[in-house]
Design a binder for this molecule. Sequence first.
Ligand code: VGL
Ligand code: ZN
Length: 210
Amino acid sequence: MRALILVDIQNDFLPGGALAVPHGDEVISVANNLAAKKGQLFDLVVATQDWHPTNHGSFASNNAGKKIGEMGELNGLAQVMWPNHCVQNTKGAEFASQLNVKSVDHVVRKGTDTGIDSYSGFFDNGHKKSTGLGDYLKSKGVKDVVVLGLATDYCVKFTALDAKQLGFNTTLVTDGSRAVNLSPDDEKKAIEEMRHAGIKIVKSADLLKG
Ligand code: VGL
Ligand code: ZN
């Protein structure tokens, strides 16, 4: 069984959004084209959704004296200070309107605890609490996962690394993902880190041609 995992394809990560990922909108058609292959290439489509309370500790606005993009600390873990984004029940937290959400079988909301961030769709950043996604996939008999979305250097990377660590054969779709690139080579580094962990790096066309 093979699952497609669509990571955080939400309005706030698109151009014009609160935490806009450059060219983030370009992943939508790739996601839709792959999700359309459910029943052939994939058995299951899962979407993760960053879903923060307004007082989330990753927001610079909730950390006196901190500016957006700086490093800070959140309960002992290093934490990038982000703009307010993906606040629960706001337009910015909704899936991109062009995304074919009808193909999605299961949604995982993450980042809901004020005191810890959750880049991965599987665990919080301290690896203390599971979201249940690993057990969900195992209960469906999934052995292979294909990951894409936003952003390559944060939520996509940590989702793929956790998937691999949980024992799933894991593939990253590069053209279905875009990076924040706080530093210009963050995307390159993230892809190298994933490759080094044993994650397969492909383009969507490689999957579509079979
Ligand atoms: C993300 C930063 C903060 C992501 C989420 O989806 O990659 N990045 N929250
Ligand atoms: Zn977030």
